[in-house]
Design a protein around this ligand. Sequence first.
Ligand code: GLV
Ligand code: MN
Ligand code: MN
Length: 412
Amino acid sequence: MRLEIDQHRLLAELETLASFSDAAPPAVTRIVFTPSDLKARTWLISRCEEAGLTVRQDAIGNIFARWNGADPAAPAVGTGSHMDAIPNAGKYDGVVGVLGGLEALRALQRAGFRPKNSLELLVFATEEPTRFGIGCLGSRLLSGTVSADAAGRLTDGDGESLDEVRRKAGLHGNLQDVKLPTGYYKAFLELHIEQGPLLERTQTPLGIVMSIAAPASLRISVEGAGGHAGGVLMPDRKDALCAAAELVLAIENAARTSGAGDTVATVGVCEVFPGAVNSIPSRVHLTLDIRDTNQARRDRVMQLIESAWQNLAAKRHVSIQPKLLNADAPADCAPEVRAAFSDSCRKHEVAFLEMVSRAYHDSLFISRIAPTGMLFIPCRHGYSHRPDEYAAPEDISRGTLVLAESLAKLSA
Ligand code: GLV
Ligand code: MN
Ligand code: MN
């Protein structure tokens, strides 16, 4: 079988998808179920139909595009990623795995491949936590990792529930039905940019992921007392932002001193109320994102952070209330998927690095229900979640080729 990737078309599609955005180029902002996201989804569905794939959407908006195999009742071999993008992001995160996955299927069609197991492109809905505060909702529901009730009740920044928002987007099905039946996938493969610098630094064209780090996130409310910025003297203050500032530094310190470079903690959101120059902050909302390759170490760091806020609350006479949004376990990638990737790399004499995924991905949740693997391509300076995110055309094509060959091997 002679597989050829249509790089020209793939890059043109990457550009088109980047144009469905609420930010000025090169930045991409595509928050789930906004008009830009809905346009991107409609466009993608038409590309899949043009490729002869049979498309369906579930109640959360996961898109499935299937190429039926000789044995359509047998478990499918899946590939895919996400298209939603955080504010001020780039054009490759997730999208490389969606459009690379589609091009991999088209390359196999052009080569005359006949799959035994059906091949399926899966575009996960709401991978990014921007709108509903928790990432990977599509894959959490597919794998039964979150209950349909809990997911449906999540609200966005305007107080609209996920159920209301998805219905407005035309998704009227029952969230209970999103969970995939046991044995739905024989294997699942996700192509993604590395979102870190190791492949570039070691000049290695591909990464085969061995395990995906364990992420957790919390929303922390700090409640103090407001008042006049001139009238309230310093000894009488219960400034919520000053307490939050100390907490942010305590979080940084807890991650830095965990004893392992794999522990990372980020406070990415800080909302201050009432947000007026002459008013003492009475309330602050922080979000904490904490990850590690080792779940026990991550949980120890979370305990340290908890003692830090208890001490701070007592010292500064404020109340600090955490809300745990998620605390997920890490995942190991499946040996058979890793072997399919490495066999293809060896065949093409492409060097690869076996590595950890420090970002989380829908594959973390799909790995709970199917043998799953991830293939990384380099991205410039390891940049991601920023407008200057960049992956070279030849790296995208190489990743797509190895993906296509691995899909073929697993569905033959
Ligand atoms: C996914 O976007 C992540 O934050 O790892
Ligand atoms: Mn992302
Ligand atoms: Mn991603």
